[in-house]
Design a protein around this ligand. Structure first.
Ligand code: C5P
Length: 238
């Protein structure tokens, strides 16, 4: 799928399922023209690389969301192994620091088919008091900006960030830096446990490249219909 020409290329559906069986049941109801897919810690731990191969065989681009965070050598090797699984995007924690980020970028660049490499900055579940309790002063926004700038300096392709942060990051880090945003809710859908949500169109308007959307699609009676509605909303923007 070309990068963001088609609305389906901007949508990453979070496959938050406990096992391969339930994930594949959902996958059978969508198609690679409608969305990309995200596999996170729970599903990967239960289903492993075999699931990634099955998704690739069906033509899906996969974001492997394992948020690596370890010493540089270990993260570089994990990134190399992930790149060998033909994933489209993978991620690391920017809090691993400059040497870890550079090692990850180098490992990915050496792959036969390099995936996009993005960083998580400050988890959106953390507020200023959580940061203080681990010895980090300042606001989450200050750390997000600092860590995203570091990720960019180290050659990463982008960051995962809240849709509230996209406008500032886009301005600071330029048009080519990829911004991947969860917390997206089409107009009228339930927020679930997300505290601050944004519609797909507003998130793209604010500078996001890719929208991570889970339950509004995975729990819909007709997931393809929900995706097509989002496509129309995005197509109307261009
Ligand atoms: O179902 P929902 O659309 O809320 O799912 C969002 C997905 O994005 C989940 O996989 C969640 O873990 C992930 N995510 C998030 N907020 C972050 C980082 C990741 O919701 N800050």
């Amino acid at each position: 799928m070309s990068d963001t020409q088609h609305p389906g290329a901007r949508i990453i559906v979070a496959l938050d399922y406990a096992n391969a069986g339930s994930a594949m049941e959902f996958v059978g109801r969508v198609s690679p023209e409608l969305c990309r897919l995200k596999v996170g810690k729970e599903l990967f731990t239960s289903a492993g690389p075999d699931l990634l191969r099955r998704l690739a065989e069906q033509g899906f681009d996969v974001f492997l969301d394992l948020k690596y965070h370890d010493i540089p050598n270990t993260v570089a090797k994990a990134c190399r192994a992930a790149a060998g699984l033909d994933v489209w995007m993978l991620n690391v924690h920017a809090l691993g620091g400059r040497r870890m980020l550079e090692a990850a970028a180098e490992a990915v660049a050496a792959a036969a088919k390099p995936p996009l490499l993005v960083a998580v900055t400050i988890l959106t579940s953390m507020d200023a008091s959580d940061l203080e309790s681990i010895g980090l002063g300042g606001t989450p926004e200050q750390h997000v900006l600092q860590l995203a700038t570091l990720a960019s300096d180290c050659g990463l392709d982008g960051v995962v960030c809240s849709s509230r942060e996209t406008a500032v990051l886009r301005k600071r880090l330029g048009k080519d830096f990829r911004l991947v945003t969860p917390g997206i809710r089409p107009a009228g859908s339930a927020p679930d446990d997300q505290r601050r949500v944004m519609t797909p169109a507003d998130a793209i308007r604010n500078g996001s490249n890719y929208l991570v959307i889970g339950r509004p699609v995975t729990q819909a009676d007709d997931p393809s219909a929900v995706l097509l509605t989002i496509h129309s909303e995005l197509a109307a923007l261009s």
